[in-house]
Design a protein around this ligand. Structure first.
Ligand SMILES: *Cc1c(COP(=O)(O)O)cnc(C)c1O
Length: 217
């Protein structure tokens, strides 16, 4: 495994369904990884990274960004109300818009700052009670609501239930995006990114397959 291997597998999966590999953005998910592993991937030339906690990202990325130009940071985890300002200042893209109150706060900050990160709405495709995200049945309404606030909505994101066939969830996400005219699909992780690319993912979020297993503790 490693960065170049993942890039090759993305390219091959894309070509297999007649897509251009460059239409898929590889987000290297660096959460919890030791700095030397992140630095190695930066040294290899990769610039697109994902973090799931605002606090952790705020601690570690300004230092890397001072040393490496062109870093593009994506927030892929839940966003609490009291972290929104920090988040819009650090991240180019937020993949976890999951409630009207957050959309409203983002819209207020967009007006104040004259800029807003690109946004993805997280859809809880498995309707799991413990998981964040808008329910599939509420997605069309919430998408319309975000659009009425003039937010830069790029697409949809999902995290399929671990025990289910991810392809069904990727297909559902693609269907909701298509009927709402949204081009972006943030889906696919270490175990299923090739399936996601075959089903139209524009952004895959790959952590352990690039960096190695995460050591929590
Ligand atoms: C951690 C995480 C990933 C990456 O998971 P891997 O299995 O390590 O590739 C992708 N998406 C989200 C939302 C995550 O929290």
């Amino acid at each position: 495994m490693g960065l170049s291997d993942i890039q090759a597998r993305i390219a091959s999966s894309a070509r297999g369904v007649g897509r251009a590999p460059e239409d898929v953005t590889l987000i290297a998910v660096s959460k919890v990884q030791p700095p030397e592993r992140v630095e190695a991937v930066l040294e290899e030339g990769h610039r697109v990274f994902g973090e799931n906690r605002v606090q952790e990202a705020t601690g570690k990325w300004p230092g890397f960004m001072a040393r490496f130009t062109g870093v593009d940071l994506h927030l892929i985890g839940p966003l609490q109300g009291n972290k929104v300002r920090q988040a819009v200042e650090l991240f180019s893209t937020i993949h976890s818009v999951d409630r009207p109150k957050l959309a409203r706060r983002l819209a207020d900050l967009a007006q104040e700052r004259g800029a807003c990160p690109d946004l993805f709405i997280q859809v809880n495709t498995g309707e799991e009670p413990q998981k964040a995200g808008i329910l599939p049945g509420d997605a069309d309404t919430f998408i319309a609501e975000c659009r009425s606030m003039d937010l830069p909505l790029r697409g949809l994101m999902c995290i399929p239930p671990v025990e289910e066939e991810p392809a069904l969830h990727f297909a559902l996400l693609g269907k909701i995006a298509a009927r709402n005219g949204l081009a972006g699909l943030s889906m696919g992780m270490s175990g299923d990114f090739e399936t996601a690319v075959a089903l139209g993912a524009t952004h895959v979020r790959v952590g352990s397959a690039i960096f190695g297993a995460r050591a929590y503790g």
